[in-house]
Design a protein around this ligand. Structure first.
Ligand SMILES: CC(=O)[C@@H](O)[C@H](O)COP(=O)(O)O
Ligand SMILES: NCC(=O)COP(=O)(O)O
Length: 237
């Protein structure tokens, strides 16, 4: 069973573009859960371009499924996560000015740092996951940090799959199996979509959770467009 956690960053992007509260992030989170979503993911970035730090607090009493907060564990982020106490924290090594997450952790180079922050989160009852590329040494390094899970960074799979290259799944399948063998839970995310999710799921052993945002929100807009245009037309008759 693979859980779907819906990343609602893009809803906050839309809300922030007008300065008001439309769309309402908290309502979207509860509606996603009502529609069957099994988790809510947010990725507050230091510039608060989409999710604001305050949103992370406001969502806490509202999310009744699994609450996953992603981000680079800079002091401000660590403080936020320890205060909010989500179900899971996913550590991502993204630069402040990155447009989006663009790499997994070097779990060998950053082992001591990761060990320290992971221990702090786990002591506070928060499950941990770390974002990694599908490279065996990084999975083995992740195990050394004490993390509960890894999140496989799926951008390269998604890009290759679009071009018809199904072989791009192999390093993901191998690393997921390795993670299962050494006792790490397996999550995955980034650029997963209605086009590529089925093949991914079918080929990845032990896939516990996927977090999907950019494509899911874009697809929702597109799949709802015809309905909404027609609703306006009916009102204008
Ligand atoms: C960790 C990850 O893969 C990202 O997909 C991220 O959570 C998305 O962040 P943005 O919405 O800021 O691109
Ligand atoms: N962890 C990945 C995530 O939350 C969503 O990534 P994306 O679907 O917006 O690329």
């Amino acid at each position: 069973m693979t859980k779907l956690s819906v990343n609602i960053n893009k809803i906050a992007t839309l809300r922030n573009s007008r300065g008001g509260n439309t769309p309402n992030l908290l309502k979207v989170a509860t509606d996603v859960e009502t529609f069957g979503g099994e988790g809510i993911t947010i990725h507050p970035r230091p510039d608060e371009r989409h999710i604001r730090y305050q949103d992370a607090y406001d969502l806490k009493p509202v999310v009744s499924t699994e609450y996953n907060i992603e981000g680079n564990p800079i002091p401000k982020f660590v403080e936020l996560v320890l205060a909010v106490k989500p179900t899971q924290v996913t550590l991502v090594p993204d630069a402040e000015d990155a447009i989006t997450s663009d790499a997994g952790w070097d779990t060998v180079k950053h082992k001591d740092f990761l060990k320290e922050v992971i221990a702090e989160f786990k002591t506070n009852g928060i499950r941990t996951s770390i974002f990694v590329d599908p490279v065996a040494a990084m999975i083995e390094g992740a195990k050394e940090t004490g993390t509960d899970r890894i999140e496989l960074y799926t951008e390269s799979y998604a890009a290759a799959y679009t071009l018809g290259n199904e072989k791009a799944i192999q390093p993901y399948a191998d690393c997921a199996q390795l993670a299962c063998d050494i006792g790490l839970g397996v999550n995955a995310g980034h650029d997963l979509s209605l086009d590529n999710i089925k093949f991914f799921k079918e080929n990845i052993p032990g896939l516990l959770e996927v977090s999907i945002g950019h494509a899911l929100i874009s697809e929702s807009l597109y799949l709802g467009l015809e309905n909404v245009v027609n609703m306006y037309l009916r009102k204008l008759k």
